[in-house]
Design a binder for this molecule. Structure first.
Ligand code: 2AM
Length: 185
């Protein structure tokens, strides 16, 4: 099964993003906008993982979560991979505490549990809002959205998802684990 670990931001924060992109969603030729119910911030993509590896992976994700205090975050700014001019993935970016160390631990949990295809690209925290089959110049869209800053929020849990194959993207949650309490100060 195809697995990935992610953080799902609170509804109020997703509401803000949804309102910000509403005038443009569905209006840009070539861009496909996944349903809001599927929105998440990926920490690690594990690819195909054998079912027998699942208990070990879950145990390791739980231990990784307990080692990391909840990060304080906010959505700020929009961008695209590989670049705004040649976009395939349009995303909302995050400011605040770095999630890179948490993502490293989650990737390591995947590797140790035998997830062979754990993604090793440099981690860049983002929430994918739209995808394009061909490279698309999104400068007008990103310019139109400049100035957006979302409310602060905390990522309280990490969640393991199974990606269901099919014409419509569907994710099934297989478990979630609480991060450690925020550090004082
Ligand atoms: P994305 O948000 O940048 O598209 C489920 O597919 C999640 O895993 C997506 O959020 C996707 O990131 C991420 N992911 C990372 N590497 C992937 C890959 N090689 N194939 C599919 N999804 C990948």
């Amino acid at each position: 099964m195809r697995l990935f670990a992610a953080v799902v931001p609170p509804d109020e924060v997703l509401d803000e993003l949804e309102r910000a992109i509403a005038p443009y969603a569905g209006q840009v030729p070539g861009l496909r906008w996944p349903e809001r119910a599927t929105w998440h911030v990926t920490l690690a993509f594990f690819g195909e993982v054998p079912e027998r590896a699942l208990p070990d992976l879950c145990a390791r994700l739980g231990r990784a979560a307990r080692r990391h205090p909840v990060p304080a975050l906010a959505f700020t700014g929009f961008g695209a991979f590989s670049s705004v001019r040649r976009a395939r993935v349009f995303w909302a970016g995050l400011s605040g505490d770095s999630m890179a160390r948490l993502a490293d631990s989650v990737r390591a949990a995947g590797r140790r549990a035998g997830a062979a295809h754990t993604d090793e690209k440099r981690f860049h925290a983002h929430l994918t809002l739209a995808r394009a089959k061909a490279e698309t110049d999104l400068r007008p869209l990103v310019d139109a959205l400049a100035g957006f800053t979302g409310s602060p929020w905390r990522a309280e849990t990490i969640e393991l998802f199974k990606s269901e194959p099919g014409p419509r993207v569907r994710y099934e949650s297989l478990g979630s684990w609480a991060l450690a309490p925020a550090e004082p100060g």
